[in-house]
Design a protein. Structure first.
Length: 732
């Protein structure tokens, strides 16, 4: 169900985006109808059809949707239409006497003390949350219902399309293949005029009163028997030319794609209007193509054939399926076609340079999406103070660095990018002039080695760096041996640092005022070092995309840019309150399922989630109260925990540690509360910290709040988290 809802969210944004393009085409055709050729009008609808069918489009600064603030990711749309209804009044009371842990499901430990704070009254909680949770629970339910209705309608339309195609295929067997020499001669002349070598059979019968062409890969033409008998050779030539024009223009394929588009976007009335208008313009463009082949002198007789067909259809009291399409106002459509035929000029079917440029410009602004907010470098602001910045991608580090540095485009076998960090203990206004990149090596998913690459724009030089490192290592009773070598024509200083039990190596060299250093404990060969150094250059777009480590256990969030990317990674717009009563968010990470509960398998291990640490300073500043707030796509996780009556955490030996849960209700929301537990269960020491966690589901997201068991007013905190609105991460 969660997957279907996510698909429906994408569909809503897609259909709204294409609605804007449809309206733009209608406006253009209305304003410039006397100046736009029939072929150009139909070409604009082809762009609309592409927009209807393709799931993704590139971002561009010239996109029409930059004006509309509509992007391809759907985040803004999801957060606006499908996030939990925001409450106008949130509980403003501060949580009471509480003691909380930091990141209890990782290896980091914390101490916490008690702090006295006010608790909201139960009356306020009950009154506010009962109303708000009714709205919160109603929205996901209605969204699920609408998603099911849309998907059901789409399936029915597609099934009908398949049935219609099958019916057309089987109908051919009930028709009579035309062998009349007169019609063969006319058909061959028409094929020759259109440059068609492929033999296209003609069938006749009485089941339809209008001619048509069918078949995308094996086309065939149907003409009613009565029409063959009644029409002159010239009129039959016009009719066959019209059908062959459809074949040359690949209109059968476009028609099928339009049917698929309607099946997907059946809920959008503008799409029905667009497809109807597209079919009408297609007939005009087909007429123009026929006249381009027949010549301007033939336009009058072609128009007379059209009028003859009208009289023919009137006599049979049947609506045609080709020269008029079902559902159109035939009078209005006929007037348009007659007017086009009367005013046709030789060469008007061909697209001029101006027309081609117009189509290309229209495609550029409509077949692209708005630039993602993450690409707009301005207005990114820091969310959390940190003296140590590190990232799981090179692109962000390049953006944050105050100098240009090089990285290797080739790595020794088995090595991959790990993470990149800036020099620690930087003050807010200090320039970031030094970066360190960790490269890790895995063999059969086992960590077998690593090396570090440091780039320093304020390097002290080879000799000074050697003296500094030598003095530092001598204090640890380490020996430092130096050697000057050349690697890929670059003079480098090779340092071997060793003791009786341990040794490592360091290479230092200078390149364009930036000092580089490679450090490793597992020896790299000279050939591998040359490979690394010779491939180093300023990162291009290909390298920026390859230098990403999605497997990093904890990818921290520091600024609004990181927050937007985090929403993309976890796949939803989360709750992201920066202030919660007297608590404020002090850090946030995108992490893996193992830090939420024990994963089912290796794939589940890498499921991404958001973790936020909230901190409350003690009045005496001697310690902090903290709790952790995590959220992950539910996908029946909560229901499984409730059914089993337990939730499992991962012990230090990677085995599950089952913990009993019991149902409860807070602020009108069903929750599950764990029994007091330690992370490692029976492996824990007697002094190990005990925790309690609360689980609940809202809008398809499973939440977990974790406290020390000694914390007071845990339910007040959980109540505020339940009532906290979902956040549009694009507008933090």
């Amino acid at each position: 169900m969660d997957t279907l809802v996510e698909i429906f969210k994408w569909f809503i944004e897609s259909t709204l985006a294409v609605s804007a393009v449809i309206l733009l085409v209608l406006v253009i055709q209305k304003l410039f109808k006397r100046h736009i050729s029939a072929r150009l009008q139909h070409a604009l609808w082809m762009i609309v059809l592409i927009r209807l069918l393709l799931p993704v489009f590139p971002d561009s600064s010239v996109s029409l949707f930059n004006v509309m603030h509509l992007s391809s990711s759907g985040q803004q749309m999801n957060s606006t239409l499908f996030s939990t209804i925001k409450h106008e009044k949130q509980i403003s009371a501060e949580p009471a006497h509480i003691e909380q842990p930091y990141d209890p499901h990782t290896s980091e430990t914390n101490s916490s003390l008690h702090s006295e704070i006010q608790s909201p009254s139960s009356e306020v909680i009950a009154t506010t949350t009962n109303m708000s949770n009714w709205a919160v629970n109603l929205l996901p339910l209605s969204l699920q219902i609408v998603s099911i209705l849309w998907a059901s309608g789409t399936v029915l339309f597609l099934l009908y399309l398949l049935y219609f195609m099958f019916r057309m295929h089987t109908m051919r067997s009930s028709l009579q293949l035309v062998t009349d020499a007169r019609l063969f001669t006319i058909m061959n002349d028409c094929r020759s005029q259109f440059g068609i070598r492929k033999s296209i059979p003609i069938y006749t019968g009485h089941h339809r009163h209008s001619p048509y062409i069918s078949g995308i890969f094996k086309p065939w033409i149907y003409i009613p028997t009565s029409m063959i008998d009644e029409m002159s050779n010239s009129q039959l030539s016009h009719i066959l030319s019209h059908e062959l024009a459809h074949y040359k223009r690949r209109d059968m394929l476009w028609n099928m794609l339009a049917s698929i588009a309607v099946s997907l976007h059946w809920i959008n009335p503008l799409v029905w209007i667009a497809v109807k208008k597209m079919k009408s313009d297609r007939e005009l463009a087909c007429d123009a193509y026929v006249l381009e082949k027949l010549g301007e002198d033939e336009s009058s007789s072609y128009g007379m054939t059209l009028l003859a067909c009208i009289r023919y259809y009137s006599s049979t009291s049947r609506q045609p399926n080709l020269l008029y399409f079902k559902g159109l106002n035939p009078n209005h459509h006929t007037v348009r076609r007659i007017h086009m035929i009367q005013s046709f000029k030789k060469g008007s079917y061909k697209l001029s340079v101006f027309a081609l440029l117009t189509v290309m410009l229209f495609a550029m602004i409509t077949l692209t999406n708005a630039i993602q907010p993450a690409q707009a470098k301005a207005q990114d602001r820091m969310l959390f103070d940190s003296s140590f910045l590190f990232y799981n991608n090179l692109e962000k580090a390049v953006k944050m660095a105050d100098f240009t540095f090089k990285v290797p485009s080739e790595l020794p076998a088995g090595f991959q990018f790990g993470s990149i960090s800036f020099e620690p203990n930087l003050k807010p206004n200090d320039k970031r002039t030094k970066v360190t990149i960790d490269f890790v090596q895995y063999t059969d998913r086992t960590h077998t080695g690593m090396f570090q690459l440091t780039a320093d724009s304020q390097g002290k030089g080879l000799e000074a760096s050697y003296e500094e490192l030598s003095a530092k290592e001598k204090q640890r009773d380490m020996k430092v041996q130096r050697e000057t070598i050349k690697l890929d024509k670059v003079e480098a200083l090779k340092l071997t640092i060793s003791s009786e039990y341990f040794h490592y190596y360091s290479y230092i060299w200078q390149d364009q005022n930036v000092q580089y250093q490679i450090t490793y404990a597992y020896p790299l060969t000279d050939r591998q070092l040359e490979q690394i150094i010779s491939s180093m250059h300023v990162p291009d777009q290909t390298m920026l995309k390859s230098y990403v480590n999605l497997d990093l256990l904890n990818a921290p969030i520091f600024d609004t840019d990181d927050a937007r990317k985090a929403a993309n990674t976890i796949g939803f717009q989360p709750k992201f309150p920066l202030q919660l009563g007297s608590f404020h968010a002090t850090s946030a990470d995108v992490t893996h399922k193992i830090n939420f509960s024990h994963p089912d398998d290796n794939v589940d291990y890498f499921t991404k989630l958001l973790s936020i640490l909230f901190t409350q300073e003690r009045t005496d500043k001697s310690n902090k109260n903290q709790f952790e707030f995590k959220q992950i796509q539910n996908k029946n996780l909560y229901e499984t925990i409730r059914m089993n009556g337990t939730v499992s955490y991962t012990r230090i030996d990677n085995k599950p540690n089952p913990v009993a849960v019991s149902p409860a209700t807070i602020a009108g929301q069903e929750i599950l509360v764990t029994a007091p537990y330690t992370l490692d269960g029976p492996l824990s020491t007697e002094s190990a910290t005990k925790y309690v966690s609360y689980f609940w589901v809202q809008s398809g997201i499973c939440f977990q709040a974790t406290f020390h068991t000694t914390a007071s007013d845990q339910q007040a905190i959980v109540s505020m988290l339940i009532n906290a609105p979902f956040t549009d991460m694009n507008n933090l």
